[in-house]
Design a binder for this molecule. Structure first.
Ligand code: SAM
Ligand code: SF4
Length: 340
């Protein structure tokens, strides 16, 4: 009689090894890390009415740990956001630790620019190569109306400091609101181009007050105001280091980007995963909290435990957000905690 064949266990994949795939088979290469839910501004489209800063934020060690696990799994780009990331007193340490993590090729920050006059050069030295700067208006009065408590002059000085600090890439994020700043798009594009910055106009998402302007309408409005705009071909490689949700057009003075979460769903090429300021991994901006990475770390989880929790959450990443579904806006987490 033939002896039974020995059973060979299927080789187990190392959960810490790349690639990091979501439920749709999309490869995740980009981590957005909200390092605080606090902010020195109260933008009308972002601040929840009942905003209260969370005290139990992650430490630089904990961020470095989370990023090292993600980087081992295939994350190459990290963006620090918030709240306002530059109000953390330890921002330079956080940036430097993340920029020196093996596997991390680019570190970017999204900021309201209020602290950039002091921090633009040190952040560049710490290894940050890209800044996305938020500025919705060139009018001091409209700025006050939108940000409630922002310092307009300091913001403009911060943008000028960033323009001189030698960053590889600078972008200006403009959230467009009907009747508030939608007539300023050509002037904001010019302002950005004069400083070597690429402007990007964003459709307002339903996290706070204001009425969105569809991108197609905004482009027509800009063209009617005399700005010549021609579309550039889309970047088809969703996993490239430069790809993102923006679609670019060419104006005489430079590129102009449009981000259209409402009218041109960009979820198909999603390569991003988010960690909210409470340390919860969120697989989608429009989804629910999923893996409590901070709690796991404080409970003594190993890197493999963290990797398994990350893979488990990404296994439930939805195909796309559902901002345009009726009533969904009211059930989303505030933008400040997730970081955009
Ligand atoms: N405080 C930083 C800043 O303002 O740049 C980083 C955090 S902020 C939440 C990140 C980005 O999200 C900003 O560019 C902001 O304009 C954008 N944002 C906030 N609320 C938004 C909304 N309701 N719709 C579209 N973009 C929004
Ligand atoms: Fe603060 Fe940025 Fe939100 Fe404005 S958009 S309230 S600056 S986090």
């Amino acid at each position: 009689m033939t002896p039974p064949l020995p059973t060979v266990a299927a080789p187990l994949r190392d959960p810490l090894a790349p690639p990091l795939l979501d439920a749709q088979g999309r490869r995740m290469t980009y981590l957005r890390l909200s390092i605080t839910d606090r902010c020195n501004f109260r933008c009308t489209y972002c601040s929840p009415a009942s905003w209260g800063g969370k005290k139990d934020l992650l430490t630089p060690d904990e961020f470095a740990r989370i990023v090292s696990v993600f980087a081992a799994m295939g994350i190459q780009r990290v963006r620090l956001t918030g709240g306002e990331p530059l109000i953390r007193p330890d921002i330079l340490e956080i940036a430097q630790r993340i920029a020196s993590t093996p596997g991390v090729r680019r570190v970017a920050i999204t900021t309201n620019a209020s602290h950039l006059e002091r921090l633009a050069a040190p952040l560049r030295e710490a290894g940050v190569s890209q800044l996305n700067i938020s500025l919705d208006t060139l009018s001091a009065e409209t700025f006050r109306r939108i940000s409630k408590q922002g310092d307009f002059a300091a913001t403009l000085r911060g943008i000028d400091a960033a323009a001189k600090a030698g960053y590889d890439s600078l972008k200006l994020n403009v959230v467009v609101m009907r009747g508030i700043n939608d007539d300023e798009a050509p002037a904001l594009a010019r302002y950005a181009h004069e400083r070597g910055i690429t402007p990007r106009f964003i459709e307002l998402m339903p996290f706070g007050q204001g009425t969105p302007v569809p991108t197609a309408e905004l482009i027509a409005q800009m063209q009617a105001a005399g700005l010549s705009l021609a579309p550039e071909p889309a970047d088809e490689d969703a996993s490239s280091l430069t790809s993102g949700p923006a679609r670019y057009w060419r104006a005489p003075t430079g590129r102009v980007g449009f981000i259209s979460p409402l009218t041109q769903n960009f979820c198909g090429g999603c390569n991003r995963v988010r960690v909210a300021s409470n340390g919860d991994l969120r697989s989608c901006l429009g989804g629910r909290a999923q893996a409590p990475l901070h709690q796991l770390i404080r409970g003594g989880a190993s890197d493999t435990d963290l990797a398994l929790a990350i893979r488990g959450a990404l296994g439930e990443k939805p195909e796309g957000h559902r901002f345009t579904e009726a009533g969904n806006g009211s059930t989303l987490l505030p933008m400040m905690g997730i970081g955009g």
